[in-house]
Design a protein around this ligand. Structure first.
Ligand code: GTP
Length: 349
């Protein structure tokens, strides 16, 4: 039986204020929790059992996913009372796995949107008889990521987290947040303290001569960790640029829930998602944005590349660009917000 661990216990600090009450992997992207898109993709790849490694706001996941009955996959929870870091979370989750010894275990970060062919990655891990296979992607500016150079045979040479000097930029290949582990390798991770898989486990595996391979996949990949990336990821899903089994046959310039009321003169485009019971007034223009449930948008308001959280109210004639508006915040008529503004819950502008 193919099993996976999904890491969903992070604080999501870069996505505050959205993550004050909702953990990042549960925020809706194109109408579904990011985790739900991942579970659907894992299921498509033949995964039958998923352990969710939770910590921050752990209860929210269990309430939503239960034991997985509605999602056609068995879901188990490994809850950390204190966050154990990515490596510690993998180790903690492993005690709930049925797999043993040489079996493959798929591990995903909970905030990554990807078109990776998971089965192909497992196959490459198998063919190479690797201890760990890492999914790598290429990015133009790798400075914010973990660099993973490989040799001609695909073996990982080193791990370089978030390089700061030009000399350190040895490759454009980065850790894309999905791994295939040999089950027995997970059991070597210390269980009694926080461990970072990127900074500790992987470098240690290299020092002990373990076989760690990197598999570059140039398909769709996006880390949803920042507000702009989050809005882009949602828009890419809505437009069908990012693949998700949950949206098959429903992609286009906008995804509007049937319970939302959008005035016929409003222009909703660029992959915008409009949530349940939201109201959008006449002549509003909304582009590339995520509008959560119960939001009200006034007449003539323009919103671009922004995220407006549950129950927020934006009055008429506003200009909102590259902005995050938290739940129940109130924006008065005619307000123009500087790009990059974060409006906190219950705040007024
Ligand atoms: P930032 O605080 O904005 O950096 O976000 P984050 O807390 O999610 O951290 P990061 O993006 O580095 O985490 C990568 C993945 O690992 C995400 O899916 C997190 O949910 C998950 N993760 C990070 N730390 C922990 C942890 O201590 N426990 C568990 N279970 N998951 C974690």
């Amino acid at each position: 039986m193919l099993e996976a661990i999904l890491l969903v216990g992070g604080q999501g600090t870069r996505l505050r204020p959205l993550t004050i009450s909702t953990p990042k992997p549960m925020l809706p992207v194109a109408g579904y929790a990011c985790t739900e898109h991942q579970i659907a993709r894992a299921k498509e790849a033949g995964v039958e059992r998923i352990v969710l490694g939770t910590s921050y706001r752990a209860e929210v996941f269990e309430e939503y996913f239960g034991h997985g009955e509605k999602f056609g996959i068995e879901i188990i929870y490994a809850v950390e009372s204190e966050p154990l870091g990515t490596g510690g979370a993998i180790r903690n989750a492993a005690s709930h796995l049925i797999s043993s010894g040489e079996d493959p275990v798929i591990v995903f970060n909970g905030d990554v949107l990807t078109g990776l062919d998971i089965s192909a990655l497992v196959q490459k891990w198998r063919t190479a008889d690797a201890d760990v296979a890492l999914y790598l992607t290429r990015v133009e500016d790798p400075r914010a990521y973990g660099l993973v150079p490989t040799d001609a045979d695909g073996r990982v040479i080193e791990f370089r987290e978030k390089p700061t000097t030009p000399e350190e930029l040895v490759t454009d290949q980065i850790n894309a947040g999905c791994y295939i582990f040999k089950r027995s390798v997970i059991d070597q991770i210390p269980s009694d303290r926080p461990v970072s898989v990127e900074r500790e486990t992987f470098p240690e595996l290299l020092s002990s001569n373990a076989k760690v391979i990197g598999v570059v996949d140039d398909g769709y990949w996006l880390d949803l960790g920042t507000p702009l990336a989050f809005a882009k990821g949602s828009a890419d899903l809505v437009r069908g640029i990012a693949p998700s089994p949950l949206l098959k046959g429903r992609t286009g310039e906008a995804l509007i829930e049937p319970t939302a009321k959008v005035d016929s003169s409003a222009l909703i485009t660029g992959g915008t998602y409009i949530g349940h019971h939201a109201i959008v007034g006449a002549n509003a223009i909304i582009t590339g944005s995520v509008i959560f449930a119960d939001v009200e948008v006034g007449t003539d308001t323009q919103i671009k590349n922004s995220i407006v959280s549950t129950g927020a109210n934006i009055s008429s004639g506003c200009e909102i660009v590259d902005t995050v508006i938290a739940e129940r915040a109130q924006i008065g008529a005619g307000v123009k917000l500087e790009p990059g503004t974060l409006v906190f819950p219950d705040e007024s502008r």
